[in-house]
Design a protein around this ligand. Structure first.
Ligand code: HAM
Length: 422
């Protein structure tokens, strides 16, 4: 058997997991400060949760879902968080609790895409969603939260691109205008765009091919077709973002690859990422609940790609991760010394003091000291036959190399002193 993880799915450990923990804690703190509370949903959902909600025509639903057939049901590994979140909202009546609801999730997502840097088949998203609030201020708040997250990591190389994709009333008019524009140029568009022309002409606008982009440049923009309400919503959002000092770019080509959006759509892009430029993105999805056969639930949110944030941060050398090095390394020689240090080591761990020691009685003192060096411990405690005979132990401060022989009877007291100074 070839021992390898599934293509496009990664193990995370060592230095990298420390960076992940650092990021996760910071983001959770910011979300908490803005009043968001966590929701965890199952990894598996019935296929219907995504099929007609995210949209039959979207890449995610059309070709990227991992499906499992079980007992005449088709279950899929969650490809995105918003539809499962809305399923949970409707199932538990969270929208009936009154007032604005702020929720976030941090979960793995699964999409059968062609893997490349920043594009995985299992990736992780932080998502933030606000429900029961139709105001442009809720959109402004969410964009500000995402902006705050990147700022908190001192990432400056990104752009906030906003657009409005209109609503059920004004979007069909715009789609017709777009089709009229693309019709004479149809044969020059790529195969995928030609396929999208009939049912999803707006997706042509975000095709990454240079030739399609060149054609799309002259296309009519949706902001010229918005009805009064959508226009007002968008103008207020722009005003609020200016007030909160979020620098944004109006980008009429932000249409998003998911089908449930209305009005606000936005993306945070960065050239730190290479081909996959989206750090995060989202928008308003007031009508998603109706696709589940329920009444409208005003809602807006975003998803942030963890792996892409990690890539953006790995280019920086100035991040000081909190130290996870042990305070003590216990080196022992002989059964009696081991019997003294082993319970002490475990007790200190119970007390929350990091320490290490080997349980291998055959390990020489020399190799233990080597291990102590490697562990990055602040102090090494040495207890061998000689020390025991003299009722002493050695305490070495690793940074200075300073070594003291101290009374064995004072072992705990001396360690406590070092712990409180730590
Ligand atoms: P999305 O644009 O599909 O939106 O994904 C959001 C973010 O997840 C992307 O900007 C990117 O950073 C990351 N991402 C997406 N696909 C991959 C991949 N294959 N590998 C690595 N990272 C990836 C959504 O999923 C919406 N549910 C966001 C939303 C929440 N809209 C409203 N509320």
């Amino acid at each position: 058997m070839e021992i390898r993880a599934v293509r496009g799915m990664h193990d995370v450990f060592g230095e990298e997991i420390r960076l992940w923990h650092f990021i996760e804690e910071k983001i959770k703190k910011i979300l908490g400060d803005f009043g968001f509370s966590e929701v965890r949903t199952p990894v598996l959902e019935k296929i219907e949760v995504f099929k007609e909600t995210v949209g039959d025509e979207t890449d995610i639903v059309e070709k990227q879902m991992y499906a499992i057939e079980k007992e005449s049901e088709t279950l899929v590994l969650r490809p995105e968080g918003t539809a499962s979140f809305m399923r949970a909202v409707l199932e538990h009546g969270l929208h009936k609790q009154g007032g604005t609801g702020r929720y976030y999730y941090y979960e793995p997502m699964f999409r059968h895409e062609r893997p490349q840097k920043g594009r995985l088949r299992q990736f992780h998203q932080f998502g933030a969603e606000i429900i029961n609030d139709a105001s442009p201020e809720a959109d402004a708040e969410l964009i500000t939260v995402l902006d705050q997250i990147y700022r908190a990591f001192h990432i400056t190389e990104y752009e906030v691109r906003i657009n409005s994709v209109g609503c059920q009333d004004c979007r069909p008019v715009y789609k017709e205008a777009l089709k009229k524009f693309f019709q004479p140029k149809l044969s020059s568009l790529c195969e995928l765009c030609q396929k999208r022309f009939e049912r999803a002409p707006m997706r042509i606008l975000d095709c990454k091919r240079d030739s399609c982009q060149a054609i799309a440049k002259g296309a009519p923009v949706i902001t010229d077709s918005l009805d009064e309400k959508c226009k007002m919503h968008h103008e207020t959002l722009r005003k609020r973002l200016k007030e909160t000092n979020v620098a944004y770019i109006d980008d009429p080509h932000i249409v998003r690859g998911l089908d449930y959006y209305s009005r606000t759509a936005f993306e945070f892009t960065s050239n730190l990422l290479g081909a996959q430029s989206a750090l995060g993105g989202g928008g308003r999805y007031d009508l998603l609940a109706t696709r589940f056969g329920e009444k409208e639930v005003p809602a807006v949110g975003w998803g942030l790609g963890m792996e892409r944030l990690v890539i953006a941060l790995e280019t920086r050398k100035d991040i000081a991760l909190p130290s996870e090095n042990p305070v003590f390394y216990f080196a022992s020689l002989g059964a009696k010394a081991f019997d003294t240090l082993f319970p002490l080591s475990l007790q200190l761990k119970r007390d929350g003091v990091r320490n290490e020691m080997t349980y291998d009685p055959a390990k020489s003192l020399k190799s233990q000291l080597k291990q102590a060096d490697k562990s990055g411990a602040k102090y090494t405690v040495v207890l061998g036959e000689d020390e025991l005979n003299q009722k002493q132990f050695l305490l070495k401060e690793m940074a200075t190399g300073k070594q003291e022989a101290l009374p064995l009877a004072d072992l705990r007291k001396e360690l406590s002193r070092r712990i409180s100074a730590h």
